[in-house]
Ligand binder design. Structure first.
Ligand code: OGA
Ligand code: MN
Length: 206
């Protein structure tokens, strides 16, 4: 199956109808360049504290470098990172907006900084676990100011019975998709940075 490249992302409320009809939406310039750069700086300042991300949950949790190459740090509000704090507020607004449109009753969200070292990937998967479907909507904000076509790191989304969609991880681009959709991150030529989040049906326990 071939892949289509998306036209420049939507703004305004078009993204709501994209989610309704396709299960995903791409919003370009969700954060303006100076904000994306500030978020990237806040991420980089803490990169030493990132941990290797795993695959699966609880007893199934494994670190499989070949399947998933990223390093992460979970986020809470922290005075060291004003731009990230504002972004967390925006994620909460996004949660409320989706609840208004789709009556999803999403009660919480979780988010982490993400770094894929050069050459790493995340093989095809879904974000809603078979044993835990609390994750309803996946939201990724990309923070790569000098990305270009051909640099890899492309997010592929595989909507059922439709052509695959390829989305490059350019700075300020926000991707919102249903967490049951299959997707993957292709190997990147360079380090790839983002903030990854999930809107949750139930409250987190921690
Ligand atoms: C994930 C994921 C997509 C991306 O972290 O589960 O699929 O484009 N991320 O970073
Ligand atoms: Mn995923």
């Amino acid at each position: 199956m071939g892949a289509i490249s998306l036209p420049p992302g939507k703004s305004g409320s078009d993204w709501i109808s994209d989610i309704e009809h396709n299960g995903f939406a791409v919003i370009d310039n969700y954060t303006e360049l100076p904000v994306s750069l500030q978020l990237l700086a806040e991420l980089r300042a803490e990169e030493d504290e990132f941990r290797k991300a795993g695959v699966g949950k609880d007893q199934d949790y494994k670190i499989l470098h070949t399947q998933r190459g990223d390093y992460i740090k979970w986020l809470e509000k922290d005075p060291r990172r004003p731009a990230t704090n504002e972004y967390l507020d925006k994620l909460n607004e996004l949660r409320l907006e989706l609840n208004r449109h789709f009556y999803l009753g999403l009660q919480d969200f979780e988010a982490h900084f993400t770094r894929y070292p050069e050459g790493t990937r995340y093989v095809k998967h879904v974000d809603a676990f078979s044993t835990d479907d609390n994750r309803r909507i996946s939201v990724v904000l990309y923070l790569n100011p000098s990305w270009y076509p051909g640099a890899g790191g492309t997010l592929m989304i595989y909507p059922p019975n439709k052509e695959a969609v390829s989305i490059d991880p350019i700075a300020g681009r926000l991707v919102v998709f249903e967490s049951t959709l299959e997707h993957e991150v292709l190997p990147a030529l360079f380090e790839r940075h983002s903030i990854t989040a999930w809107l949750l049906r139930d409250l987190r326990f921690f």
